[in-house]
Design a protein around this ligand. Structure first.
Ligand code: ATP
Length: 435
């Protein structure tokens, strides 16, 4: 038996299909061929700021034990070609590596693809250096995602998602889900499942709305807890099947590198430790913009209304020390590059002082200034005090130091929900790979 890693991406277009669905179909078929999965199918999300992504920039990797790699390679290559929307927006890449370890070069490629932009040429170079065999269709950009998924060991923090798929004839029809059951499931399994429901917006989050074959996806900390969703939520329509993916969703994996403001690149992701430079300004639509400063370099940061963080951000003051997780929006002729804030951590609040006129020593009323360096006089009792000076009082801040993350409805796939802080996994112990 040989270990074979298989990864593919960019099989779908906005018209339908879905790379995870192809992953599900391929894994089902491989099991019938007698192939053993040595890990759960992996659903790896890469840099969410890539402008040419279809939706969530997800790619799939299957780690297999195979009796005959050649037969599997032939089957998967053909399945990806036939199962992709080539010609209507998909540019698939499919990659194979026969090895019981993932070369460092590939791991490095993956961690860069998580937060930066990689060209197809860079992917080809990395594939060749790592001994990866690959096939591409269309413009072949899918090779980047394939290598990104294959190189992601997911040997630290990770989550699971059970994705249930619809039968072809149901795709495009409304999904009937029982909101009350979802709320109950969510409460019963807290904190071990996440983003099932956004209570503040009364919004079901597990079911998408498009024509794709996903019926619903339930995310959580273990395969067992996400598997428990199926009997609990009992979908009314007959499903095509389901699988459990192991994933970097909900881990903030894209925000691990520190961005240097002086060298910031469009479309990258990471975190910035900085000081607030200017008072936040409210924009039309409820968004908030302020300038940040790091090592003498400045740039604007934007907090968008749907995140529910704009209200918090509006209370920042110049001098506050913050860390923000962010994606870099490209500059145009009209505006410079902007940091789009994905989380806000207030590290230290700057002291803000109010300068008040002194109180009258005779009657206690606040005095009036007589002019610069001329002292103060009380309006009420006319007491004059040439030596009185303004009093500095520390202003109570309307915001507290701490971490602020967006409301679940505004989460990206990779966003770490607040309840996961402290639940991060130090590693992965391989158990049975089911699905
Ligand atoms: P879905 O979520 O429905 O699977 P998607 O959002 O994953 O769709 P794709 O159709 O896979 O979108 O398109 C993403 C494209 O971006 C792929 O070609 C992928 O290889 C490429 N890509 C992914 N990460 C990077 C990166 N860091 N740099 C450059 N290209 C990337």
């Amino acid at each position: 038996m040989q270990v074979l890693h298989v990864a593919f991406d960019d099989t779908d277009s906005r018209a339908g299909r879905c790379t995870t669905h192809l992953g599900f179909k391929v894994a089902e078929h491989l099991k019938k061929m007698g192939v053993e999965l040595v890990d759960y199918p992996l659903l790896i999300r890469l840099n969410p700021n890539i402008p040419w992504k279809t939706r969530g920039n997800g790619a799939v990797c299957l780690r297999l034990k195979v009796p005959d790699a050649g037969r599997v390679i032939d089957y998967v290559r053909q399945a990806v070609e036939e199962g992709s929307a080539i010609g209507s927006g998909a540019n698939p890449g499919v990659a194979f590596l026969e090895s019981d370890r993932i070369p460092g070069r590939l791991q490095e490629f993956s961690s860069i693809a998580m937060c930066d932009v990689m060209s197809r040429q860079m992917a080809e170079k990395a594939a060749k250096a790592a001994g990866v065999q690959y096939f591409t269709f269309g413009n072949g950009q899918g090779l980047v995602g394939s290598l990104g998924a294959m190189g992601c060991l997911l040997d630290g923090d990770h989550t699971f998602e059970l994705i249930a798929y619809r039968k072809l004839e149901n795709c495009g029809l409304p999904r009937i889900v029982d909101e009350q059951q979802i709320i109950k499931f969510s409460v019963d399994t807290f904190p071990n499942t996440f983003n099932n429901y956004d209570p503040s917006h009364k919004r079901v989050l597990i079911a998408p709305h498009g024509p794709d074959p996903v019926f619903f996806g339930v995310r959580g900390e273990s395969a067992e807890v996400v598997a428990s969703a199926l009997p609990r939520l009992k979908p009314e329509e007959e499903l095509d099947g389901w699988t459990i993916f192991r994933s970097n969703q909900g881990t903030n994996m894209h925000l691990q590198n520190e961005i240097r403001v002086a060298e910031v690149k469009a479309y990258t992701a990471g975190y910035v430790r900085c000081k607030v430079k200017s008072k936040p300004v409210a924009m039309e639509g409820g968004h908030v913009i302020f300038t940040i400063e790091q090592a003498g370099a400045e740039m604007p940061a934007a907090v968008y209304e749907p995140t529910n963080l704009a209200n918090v951000a509006s209370k920042l003051e110049p001098g506050d020390s913050i860390e923000i997780g962010c994606g870099v929006r490209k500059g145009t002729s009209k505006h410079p590059k902007i940091l789009n804030v994905e989380y806000l951590s207030v590290l230290e609040l700057a002291p803000i002082y109010n300068m008040l006129n002194p109180l009258c020593k005779v009657c206690g009323k606040r005095m009036k200034s007589e002019g610069k360096n001329k002292g103060y006089q009380c309006d009420r009792c006319k007491n004059r005090d040439p030596n009185a000076a303004k009093i500095m009082t520390l202003q109570e801040r309307a915001i507290k130091a701490g971490l602020y993350v967006p409301t679940p409805k505004a989460h990206r796939h990779l966003t770490k929900p607040i309840q996961r802080y402290g639940l991060e996994k130090p590693g992965f112990v391989k158990s049975i790979a089911r699905g």
